[in-house]
Design a protein around this ligand. Structure first.
Ligand code: ZN
Length: 735
């Protein structure tokens, strides 16, 4: 199974969740908080004036849209800054009101009250953050550079507010006497812990330094992401000699011709880029070895070219500042700081887990190298004595797959038309959970490519809205992720339905064919959909969620188990031209080839996990030279030169501009859970409604409202075992 660049916006930490991740808003427009109506006590004169001055800004008034979705047709770049500034003012006023309360601190007047702050800010910031990732422009990028340190300062103003912390601590200290429910206790403990982890117990000098570090880290993280995007867009490989298209299937040639045309190139030219849907097919089929090398090199040298977009120093500085911050807070390293909140708990545990998997993986990868080299030796076009390199891997893997299983990517793709895969996911969700998906072509969207669906329960009740944005654009960062314009919550006992998003970089349609996905892309789609299901089903009395990062891939990765199940393929995998269902022989070949290339896939992934941990466990500054550091770490584990880590440091957005620092291992850690959980379905039937109901009620709905271990136990009746994962990856140790 392929793991990929999924980033979710599920963040640990209740306090900070309110500030920049979760979003909530009343669904009832008549009482929408975004109206600037006096819902907040003690509005400052500035806030009142801003509301008056921004009467036309969509964030300052009820949206007036169906399901209260953001009115993208009205939102302009210039609306974000005033809205974010107003959000900061309003949340500060809300916090002041909690502090000014003369009554003794209680759960309700302090912890629950804090949970309700920052709604206006979340609303604007979630839309801003989503667009910055999926549809950015120079103005939004400049705005991100401005707002990132502003928001970091705002979070510190709350997290380091001594009077506020005194109230939180007062409630926390008497928690055993309060007779709180499970959810309340979980919220209280996490709120207190967030304050402590945010520096509340530090002396004044350390608090001041912490503020500086947070500012700098916020800016560097934005810079890192900007550089990766610019690097990804900067490289173009234009082919104007037909001979250089040797080996490429007509569909790939057509895609490159369309890309050239879109870029304004003259007829008779073909464009390849380092966006994955363009690069991978070229690496898979091109017989022009120097061109494969040129393309792959451009990809893995992203951010490492010594120019204005170079990320070597940015990465190094981020890691160093994180280390300093962790030590300031009393932790040995950034990893120790992060992992305290995860299931794994310590860096030692993670490293031990990774080491346990690394040995058998490397062995498997070496076997694969030998097989590919043998194939290459027999290839007259490879050049005499040529030694397999990273840019050869895709080509010879594809040929080996054809040889061993008579299975090839271009024969499969016609059965994985994007719309059919989507409908397959919808069908699966209906079988498991009774969900219905109704397309809403009239709802506002931020780009014409975006598809919008309303999600309903079996009984017709509204569950939420789902935005899906599938294809690459220069304005979109690479990878695939699920997020939300608004997360589910309750207002006065009424559920505020969520608006979830799925953003991908899948193969585009061409002039002659619709978007035909690779099997990896189909799997990614199922994955992101799983995150969205957790967002859509989310239930909890409070807005805050605290999810252990290393369990966050459970809802997503369990979905991957269904994608190639013959019973489901029969439902959705129809040929895009003939409508014919995928032939049984092809399904059987697909099943047989499931473990094929697992050494490579797992090795490139684990190498990136190990790199992440190395950056974040160093006791002092990890490196003075990023490239040298990376080489040293990769050399240390014996990574073979034919494999490049899935992400090199200079474009490892997960850890340097996303939420996965000291957490990239989360995918394979979660895999222990999802493989074990899926076995429950296999035992009862993969569409079993009772098992699905239990998974929804025990895991998805309360995700982030209590410890995952307890939730899992209620679903499965026993602790997860690692056996399923080893089997899934073909890594069982042969005794
Ligand atoms: Zn994911």
């Amino acid at each position: 199974m392929t793991r990929h660049a999924a980033i979710t916006l599920v963040l640990a930490g209740s306090l900070f969740l309110a500030a920049f991740a979760a979003v909530a808003c009343k669904s009832d427009e008549s009482q929408a908080p975004a109206s600037g109506a006096p819902a907040t006590p003690a509005l400052s004169p500035e806030a009142v004036a801003a509301a008056a001055a921004n009467a036309e800004n969509p964030f300052f008034k009820p949206y007036g849209t169906p399901h209260n979705v953001p009115p993208f047709d009205l939102i302009k770049n210039e609306h974000f800054l005033p809205a974010i500034e107003q959000g900061i003012r309003l949340e500060a006023a809300e916090v002041d009101a909690i502090v000014a309360n003369r009554k003794k601190p209680t759960f309700e007047n302090t912890i629950a009250a804090l949970d309700r702050t920052g709604i206006f800010l979340s609303e604007a910031n979630a839309v801003f953050g989503a667009l910055q990732g999926a549809n950015t422009n120079d103005e939004l990028q400049a705005l991100a550079r401005k707002t990132a340190p502003m928001l970091a300062a705002h979070r510190d103003d709350i997290g380091l507010n001594e009077k506020l912390f005194a109230r939180v601590k007062a409630v926390y200290d008497k928690r055993d006497t309060l007779d709180l429910g499970r959810e309340e206790l979980f919220l209280l403990e996490n709120t207190y812990r967030d304050f402590v982890r945010g520096g509340a117990l530090l002396d004044a000098a350390r608090k001041a330094r912490l503020r500086e570090l947070n500012q700098e880290l916020a800016s560097l993280s934005v810079k890192f992401g900007e550089n990766v995007l610019a690097e990804t867009n900067a490289f173009q490989m234009v082919i104007d000699d037909k001979a250089d298209l040797a080996g490429l299937p007509p569909s790939v040639v057509a895609m490159a011709a369309a890309a050239a045309k879109q870029s304004g190139l003259a007829d008779g030219k073909w464009l390849f880029t380092i966006h994955v849907p363009s690069m991978t097919p070229f690496l898979t089929y091109s017989e022009r070895r120097p061109l494969r090398e040129k393309l792959h090199r451009a990809y893995f040298m992203k951010g490492d070219n010594g120019d204005a977009r170079d990320n070597k120093d940015v990465a190094r500085k981020i890691a160093a500042l994180r280390g300093e911050k962790a030590r300031l807070l009393g932790y040995a390293s950034h990893a120790a700081f992060v992992l305290e909140n995860n299931m794994a708990k310590t860096p030692e545990k993670v490293n031990e887990f990774l080491a346990q998997l690394w040995e058998p993986t490397l062995l498997k990868a070496r076997e694969e190298v030998a097989a590919l080299q043998a194939l290459m030796d027999r290839d007259p076009k490879a050049g005499r004595g040529a030694k397999l390199a990273s840019w050869d891997w895709w080509l010879y893997t594809e040929r080996l797959r054809q040889e061993k299983y008579a299975l090839d990517d271009s024969a499969l793709r016609p059965y994985f038309k994007l719309d059919n895969v989507r409908d397959g996911i919808f069908a699966l969700c209906e079988k498991l959970y009774g969900l219905k998906f109704i397309e809403k072509p009239d709802l506002p969207r931020y780009h014409p490519d975006v598809q919008v669906f309303e999600v309903r329960e079996a009984d017709g009740r509204h569950t939420g809205v789902l935005y899906m944005d599938f294809h690459p654009r220069p304005s979109k960062r690479s990878g695939a992720w699920s997020g939300a314009f608004r997360r589910a919550s309750y207002e006065k006992g009424v559920r505020v339905p969520p608006i979830s998003t799925i953003t991908c970089n899948f193969t585009r349609p061409t002039a002659d064919a619709p978007a035909l996905l690779s099997t990896d892309e189909a799997e990614t789609f199922f994955h992101e959909f799983g995150h969205s299901l957790a967002t859509l089903f989310s239930q909890g009395r409070y807005r805050s969620r605290t999810v252990a990062r290393d369990s966050v891939e459970l809802p997503s990765q369990i979905m991957e188990h269904w994608v190639f199940e013959p019973e489901l393929l029969a439902v959705y995998a129809k040929h895009y031209q003939t409508g014919e269902t995928i032939p049984v022989e092809l399904v059987q070949k697909l099943e047989k080839s499931q473990l094929f290339n697992q050494g490579f896939v797992t090795a490139e992934y684990l190498a990136a996990c190990i790199l992440d941990m190395a950056w974040h466990t160093a006791p002092g500054e990890a490196a003075t030279d990023t490239r040298q550091f990376e080489n040293q770490i990769m050399g240390g584990i014996g990574l073979i030169p034919e494999i490049v880590p899935r992400y090199r440091s200079t474009y490892f957005s997960h850890i340097f501009s996303g939420g996965y620092s000291a957490g990239y291992y989360a995918y394979i850690w979660s895999e222990v859970l999802d493989c074990d959980a899926y076995e429950a379905f296999e035992e009862k039937g993969i569409f079993d409604r009772a098992t699905a109901d239990s998974f929804r009620k025990n895991v998805l709905e309360p995700f982030g409202t209590e410890e995952i271990g307890a939730q899992y136990l209620r679903f499965r009746g026993s602790e997860p075992k690692i056996d399923g994962l080893l089997k899934n990856r073909g890594l069982e140790v042969k005794k």
